[in-house]
Design a protein around this ligand. Sequence first.
Ligand code: CP
Length: 312
Amino acid sequence: MKHYTSIHDIDDINAWIEEARLLKANPLKYLELGRNKVLGLLFFNSSLRTRLSTQKAALNLGMNPIVMNVSGDAWGIEFGDGTIMNGTTAEHIKEAAAVVSQYCDIIAVRAFPTLVDRVRDEREEVLKSFVKYASVPIVNMESATAHPLQGLTDAITISEYAKTQRPKVVLSWAPHIKALPHAVANSFTQAMRKMEVEFLITHPEGYELNKDIVGDTPIIYNQEDAFKKADFVYVKNWSSYSDYGKVLNSDPNWMITKEKLGNAKFMHCLPVRRNVIVEDAVLDSAHSLVIQQANNRTYAAQLVLKKLLENL
Ligand code: CP
């Protein structure tokens, strides 16, 4: 594997999950693998989990992580080819990516979508420009359309807590006051489609995700029906894909309650808005796996970094 930009970079999800679980059991086993290697983490957007867990993963492998908030602290980066740079951008990605490659053995990038221009977002300009102009491997720490570190984490967590060979997993939309990206829902869907699970999606009409990602996954518009006999309910808000970036529905009846959840486990990538997405009674109960999920972010990132280091 040269880069980790998508769930599709996972060749065998069951083997990856098994390897991640072994890393979790013995996280310092490969402390020499990353000795004298530098991981650069570039953030165009905010983060708590990704920023800390990816650094911890690097430290567990003996790497030295260095972090930059690109949007706040670096020169404004130009991504257009042939642009006359007489505006607000001061440095072209061609130089920026090549220069960061001089300092880092692996570069990880977070860059969210505009949620205004779908064509531009789907072009994945920031992530793909780093892949193109950097001379070292690139890790996607959430791009315009994908969050593959989160998707891998979620697959690991479901495998840890599954009580049956083929658990029922439901991805449910829930309300939010802001327009949010599709990246987490996309990568979760891609991960579940690679796993031995009964997977379905529930959301209000108008919130259909990209058909190319959903494929033949069943969509049920009635949340209560969708939750019947569910083992895992994975909850996330996303904005409309067809009416791109719009908030079409904020119906509080889609919020996750203890009654709706029943015996299922609750999952969310975090951060989560309490009593908007999910009520306190769920998050504060033993049904919630959100902290265990966040813990697994370290081992998902560690597995990805290990594979990239082994290929350097
Ligand atoms: N789930 C997740 O990516 O969290 P952060 O945005 O805090 O990194």
